[in-house]
Design a protein around this ligand. Structure first.
Ligand code: PSU
Ligand code: MN
Length: 305
């Protein structure tokens, strides 16, 4: 297995000294945001994690290896290269064997993180059950990954390009805890409201760490979703963004967008339609999640030792 893993010096050092580490994904860089905001976001988010006492480990696939921790030039490569594949669980064997470059989704990042011994992960939003999923069967591999892999994901919920209610039902079936951070309502990415309840609400990083510690010490396989609402100042009102999402979905349908193209298409389309406002909100919420993930990683590190 070791031949497929490669660590940056910073992450290697953190692992050797049992420092708190937060994993970060590359799909959000390669397929979630335009250049140069994507690479700026990636660097800023890493720095926020360091400022809160943890070590960032951005994960991607390159040269036949799972890279745990990327250099500045590697981050730039993920931000600019047009041939970066989008890699979830099913795509990992091929991307490694072919030595092509691939960005890790939430699913791909969780796998890399677990192999490296990293428990916390910060991102923007998770994938889920798509609207009309009962017809298309478009259900993100992120959900089944959360049932399998022992990594907690801090996110701002999921976008209402997804069917949020069915996404939460699916997570319940799979036994994945969904924690609302300082909220009882599952956040809808750009806004707080989704009309859907979380399974449990928590107010401090220590509470979340204690829950994760209990889950994993009991050997209860799988991750958890820590849903951290976007800060009020950065949010876009639900009704405003909902109208735009419906238009973007209409475009996707007309243009025959399917499979793993759906999420990147929707993100780019919504960005255009909001005149860049959705991108700003997206960047702000990722930063907010990085901070919380670092705080939980620090608390978890204490309860484990
Ligand atoms: N949601 C976002 N931004 C993203 C993604 C989801 O708000 O960048 C990315 C993540 O990498 C997630 C992936 O794992 O999209 C899900 O893709 P799909 O829906 O094809 O499973
Ligand atoms: Mn899909």
């Amino acid at each position: 297995m070791k031949q497929y893993l490669s660590f940056s010096e910073e992450v290697r050092h953190a692992l050797d000294h049992q420092l708190p580490i937060v994993a970060l994904e590359t799909t959000i860089i390669s397929h979630g945001m335009p250049y140069p905001q994507n690479v700026e976001m990636a660097n800023d988010v890493e720095q926020i994690i360091r400022n809160h006492g943890a070590v960032p480990a951005t994960i991607g696939f390159m040269d036949g290896q799972i890279k745990i921790g990327l250099s500045a030039s590697e981050l730039e490569e993920f931000a600019t290269n047009k041939n970066v594949a989008k890699v979830s669980r099913r795509d990992i064997p091929y991307i490694l064997a072919s030595k092509k470059i691939g960005a890790a989704t939430v699913s791909g990042t969780m796998i890399g993180a677990e192999l490296a011994g990293i428990r916390m992960f910060a991102t923007g939003g998770i994938g889920g059950v798509h609207r009309e999923g009962e017809v298309t069967w478009d259900v993100s591999a992120d959900l089944t990954e959360l049932a399998e892999t022992n990594v907690a994901v801090v996110c701002a919920g999921c976008k209402s390009i997804l069917d949020i209610g069915r996404t939460l039902e699916y997570l319940e079936t799979l036994g994945v805890p969904v924690v609302g951070y300082q909220t009882t309502e599952f956040p809808a990415f750009y806004s707080h409201q989704s009309g859907c309840d979380v399974s449990v609400s928590m107010d401090t990083p220590e509470e979340a760490a204690a829950m994760l510690d209990a889950k994993w010490k009991l050997g209860l396989k799988g991750g958890a979703v820590i849903a951290n609402p976007i800060l009020e100042a950065d949010a876009i009102p639900y009704d405003e963004i909902e109208a735009i999402i419906l238009q973007a979905m209409h475009d996707a349908k007309n243009q025959g967008i399917t499979g793993k193209q759906v999420t990147p298409f929707m993100l780019a389309n919504v960005k255009e339609r909001t005149g860049g406002k959705s991108l700003e909100a997206n960047i702000a919420l990722v930063k907010n999640n990085a901070k919380l993930a670092a705080q939980i990683a620090v608390a978890l590190n204490r309860s484990e030792s």
